[in-house]
Ligand binder design. Sequence first.
Ligand SMILES: Cc1ncc(COP(=O)(O)O)c(C=O)c1O
Length: 423
Amino acid sequence: MHHFAYRNGVMHCEDVSLEAVARELGTPAYVYSDATLRRHYQVLADAFADRKTLIAFAVKANSNIGVLATLASVGAGADVVSGGELLRALEAGIPADRIVFSGVAKTEAEMRLGLSKGIFQFNVESLPELRRLSRIAEEMGKRAPIAFRVNPHVEAGGHAHISTGTPENKFGIAWHEAESFYEEASRLPNIEPVGVAVHIGSQIMRVEPMRAAWEKVVSLTRRLRDRGFNITRVDFGGGLGVPYKDGEDPDSPIIYARQVREALGNLDVQLVIEPGRLIAGNAGVLISRVEYVKERDGRTFVILDAGMNDLMRPALYAAHHEVLPVRTPEMGSARRAVDLVGPICESTDRFAKDRPMPPLKEGDLVAFMTAGAYGATLSSQYNSRPLVAEALVRGDACVVIRRRPTFEEMIALERAPDWIASG
Ligand SMILES: Cc1ncc(COP(=O)(O)O)c(C=O)c1O
């Protein structure tokens, strides 16, 4: 469910026409719906209302301060994977005690930051990381609440590049070593082992593989408790998929919540979940303008002003986005197969091949649907293109939540070495 729909032949985000946004902001630009973001959070919050649950939004999915502040205002926590994401979450008003720090490579500085802010928990992924955290916590006179992220040896995820729960992935600690790691953690005075965490991948359409991983976490938690560890939290990660095209029908948040509940059984713990895509995915679109239509060698290339630097998912893992004309095509106009490509000098800068599209001509606007997660966060300035702009809509109001940088801003951190001038 989202708030993008055609009105009088023009696609709107809530009550704002995407043509108006393009006029105001230029293209390419991401546009997010406040109502969709809040609704998705609320559906999950309602589904888990009967138990103590921290819904920690995975900031990597969409880290814009405007989006994070929206989610903070309805009570979301955050799952962060860098000091930068942690600072963003705090800046957006998410309290430290609702922030989980994930990631395989936390630096000393990031650990210090997390400890000084008093975050909810560190999800630890190796013994060297545990020992480093222990040392830093000791230096700071703090105790670090931790969960080990276990690798449950369960395969899932919409693409091999977003599957994280198998032995060849770098993520998590080995399943069979978990108990001995908790032993070691409990011997460290500045470490407080409080939870068990898991995350097996992203864009997972059926809950079953996740449930298999959760059940492993539940049984490990029970064993740890039997051995006297005070494990009070389980973190079931994120991963539930969203539909990117017609016919895709992922399990609903309601089914997800029911399966979580069944997997937990009567285990009395605080639940943490880390949804990203589920909350932000279809809360955003990317609008782009057709620069050229080029016919060559029997192919039609619709060349857009958005490139893989603005939306990397298709180039990165062959992801599909529906691309719709912002203005509905004339009645009866035939579709024909075109390649939708961007301006970047890379062959992978192609959003779709042989995609049946209604007639498109120079200047027309299109919208990439379901682009609110892993869209703007993966954008870059490759080919020295300015970072894509972002706007947030509420009702008939539209605010720019990231403006396009100027050329001067883009090069402000760079300089030519002095030796060039001195000859
Ligand atoms: C540790 C962790 N938690 C949560 C997420 C969010 O996943 P999703 O956006 O699929 O819900 C990710 C994404 O890769 C992740 O690595």
